[in-house]
Design a protein around this ligand. Sequence first.
Ligand SMILES: [Zn+2]
Length: 563
Amino acid sequence: MHKLLILFLFPIVFCQAQQDIYPQDYFRDPLDIPLLLAGTFGELRSNHFHSGIDIKTQQREGLKVYAIADGFVSRIKISHYGYGKALYITHPNGYTSVYAHLQRFSPEIEAYVKNIQYEKETYEIEVFPTAIAIQIKKGDIVAYSGNTGSSGGPHLHFEIRDNEERPINPMYFGIDIKDTTKPYISQIYAYPVTDSAHVNRSNEKQKLRLIALKNGDYTAENIEAFGKIGFGIETNDRQDYTSNKNGVASIQTFFNGNSSFEIDFKRFSFDETNHLNRLIDYEHYITNKERIQKLFVEENNPLSMYKNLNDNGYLSILDSTNSVYKIRVKDFKNNDAWITLNIAGKKQDTIKPKRVPKTEHYLYANQDTKLSSKNVSVNIPRNTFYDDFYIDFKVKNDTLTLHDNTIPANKYFKIDYDISHYNNPDRDKLYIARLVGYYKYPVYSKTYKSENSLSTSTKYLGTYALVSDTTAPIIKPKNFTDGKWLSNYHFLKIVIDDKESGISNYRATINGQWILMEYEYKTKTLTYNFNDKILNETKNNLKLIVTDNVGNSSTFEATFYRK
Ligand SMILES: [Zn+2]
């Protein structure tokens, strides 16, 4: 028996690093339907890597969510955005499972949560119950799936984290998702790196033609190149029975048969997730909405997912040489797709230069930068940006042009506006907006006021302006009218909206007592559940105050009867 065990374990230990062995039969599935994924682990999202798997819930809410193992509820977080209603269960083996975008919790947890919400008089909460407060058995129904928070449709976002809060791909714990097809590769680009490097006689990045082969692999057009170059690809994977474009598990490259680069989306830490913008060609993403992953590691790239790097994935192409470059993309079931590309080394005397727009201001990434005009100043701490660049800084009246959003920041920087030339009452209504899109639509940027100035912290370059919001929020009852009997109603629903700076807070009472109204930003709806409180009165007065981000507020009052 012992000999058998050793024989069985030895090859696994030998082939993989110790930390890569995860328990295989410890956890059950969080849902009792066949698991299909709308999103995979490590998938590229906006400013972050996806930290779990998105399990499809048949376009429905309210599916039973099961605890994947024994444990205790270690954290409950409810927020308007992000994960919405989220539950964290810590297991005796050190891992924590996370269930997010929930519609509601099990009755026991729901009662625990509502107690805290009523005590703190807020819908948004975050609590860390002790290990004895809410104990859980494997297979307990702990919640019901939903669509709360920043969720684009009903699904369960599910994570497994290790004891250092690092999310790990749940598929390494034995969750089985059927996948029999190779990843597909939709684009490939070549990047000349140094000023003298060139691809097809140009120092600019080059889009290369991809030829799909019958077996699911690819060749790319042959190129002529010289000097230090790198490549980037756009790739996705599909699992069986779904059409969702999901992320891949790993990408490797080989230069003349030698390993050159590898990225493996097995585990990461939340501290590094923002550096996704260093992995992708950010400017290309902003301009074309396509995520090209760079298969080389530039300086100031702290991502932990790289391995087997040879010269950081860069190739040095010499004159009069012939080389073969191969890219291998794998999914979580080890289906792999290859690109093969022939590179002829050929030094050219004249090449098309890279276009670098020059401005008056140069930003050194490793130094603090202060840019200022008469009424606007921008303070950028050192190491906010990855690279040095010519930064565009112009101020016209109250409009600040701070470059454009084609260079990613990995930290917040500060913008200050002097508003001493504004008179009251106008200045009370001002906020800082980022102007986005073709029509320069103003989006509220969290604005802090002091006596003569407004300030905001942001991670986005682009255009900013001072905007005035003089309109109070709109409040409209959705499922009732004033003065009616509502005895058969389970819920009160009210729509709230603010067209300009946006809603900052809301407060609802019945007969002067605070009531919990759950806010869903996607439907702009506040919902009160009559099960929360027994109303003693027949005649009830509902009062709701909604305030926007500059402090304009609206009050709604209604009377209803209930027996
Ligand atoms: Zn998700």
